[in-house]
Design a binder for this molecule. Sequence first.
Ligand code: KDG
Ligand code: MG
Length: 402
Amino acid sequence: MKIIDAKVIVSCPGRNFVTLKLLTDAGLYGIGDATLNGRELAVVSYLQDHVAPCLIGRDAQQIEDIWQYLYRGAYWRKGPVTMTAIAAVDTALWDIKAKAAGMPLYQLLGGKSRRGVMVYGHANGEDIEQTVEQVGNYIDMGYKAIRAQCGVPDLPSTYGVSKDKMFYEPAAAALPAENLWSTEKYLNHIPSLFEKLRQTFGPEPHLLHDAHHRLTPIEAARLGKALEPYCLFWLEDAVTAENQAGFRIVRQHTTTPLAVGEVFSTVWDCKQLLEEQLIDYIRATVVHAGGITHLRRIADLASLHHVRTGCHGATDLSPVSMGAALHFDLWVPNFGIQEYMRHTQMTDEVFPHNYTFKDGYLHVGEEPGHGVDIDEKLAAKYPYQRAYLPVNRLHDGTLYNW
Ligand code: KDG
Ligand code: MG
C-alpha cells in the first residue's frame, strides 16, 4: 500500500490547526494533527518542503521504518517542530493501518485496558468565588476530575482564567500580548482556593492545578507543601523542566503529586525525571512527542518507575490529537488521566469525530481508525490567522516564563 499524496491543511475554525492527510493507492487515507501553537507555519513548511517529498511511494504499512527514517534520517534530531511533523505522519499512518485492519486503533495497540478514559475539565474564575462556582458546574456535568485556576489579586490577568468558561484560548493576539506576573502574589493566594474547594465539595472530586512553569524549585516546594492538606490529584508544571534535576528539590519537600511534560518532544526530555521517579504523571502527548510510536516508548519507560500518563489535551491540540490520544489512553496500562478542554462547535464541525463524553469519561467509537476526520471544504472557509501566545513580565519589566 503506497503513499500517493501528503496534503497539509491549514485552517482556523476559531483557532489555527494544521492537519496532515496521507492518501494511499489502496484508497485509504489517514489523518494526523500537526498543530504547534504560535509556530504553526514552521511545521507546515517542515512537512510540505522536507517530509512530503520523502513519503511519496513509501509503503504506508511500515510505520516504524518511516518513523526511524524521519527521525534518524534528518540528522537533526528532536525539537518541537521536527517531532510534531513526525507525529502527524505517525498518527496518520496508524489511522491507515487501523482502517486497513478494519479495527478501531486501540485494538492494534493491544486492546482495551479500561472501560473509558477519565478526563479532567477546566474550571476558572476571576476570583475564588467564581472558580468554586465553575467547579460546581463541572461536577454537575459529571466530571470526576477538575483543574481549578483563579485570578490573583492585583494581577490584571492570570494563566488559565478566561471570560468564556468552556473554552480557554490564550493564543489570541496577532502579536504576543504582554502580561504581568508576580510569584509572591500567586503563592500567597492559591492555597486559599483549594481550602475553599475542599470545604465546599469535600474529599471526593479530583482537583488539579497548573502552575504553568512559573516557579523555581524551592517556590514549587513551598506551594506543594501548602497544598498537601487539600490532596491534589496533581500540581502541574510547577517548574520548567529543561533542568530535570531541578525537580529533586520539589520532590524532597512535598508529597503533592507532580505532573510535567506538555512541552516535551522526546523521551530524552524526561529520562531523568522518570528514572529518578521525580514526577508522578507524564504529560507528553501524541501530537508533540513523535506520535503513538514514540509516546508508547515514553509510557513504557514511565511504567517502570511508577509514573502514569496524563496527556495534554488543550484546545490547541485538534480533535485529531484527542481521538488518537483516547485510543492510546484506552490501551496504555499505566494510564492516569486525560486532559479534555472542549473545542468550540466550529472546530468540532471541521473535525467530525466519534468520541463522546459521559459521566466524567470519554469513549471512542468502534469504527476503524482513530475515528476523527477533516471536512476539507469547510476547513477551506477558515483561512489561517496569525496568533501568538502571550509573554509575561515581572513588575520591573523583566521577561519571565508565560
Ligand atoms: O499552547 C499552550 C497551551 O496548550 C497550554 O498553555 C495549555 O498548559 C496548558 C494545559 O495544561 O492545558
Ligand atoms: Mg499545562
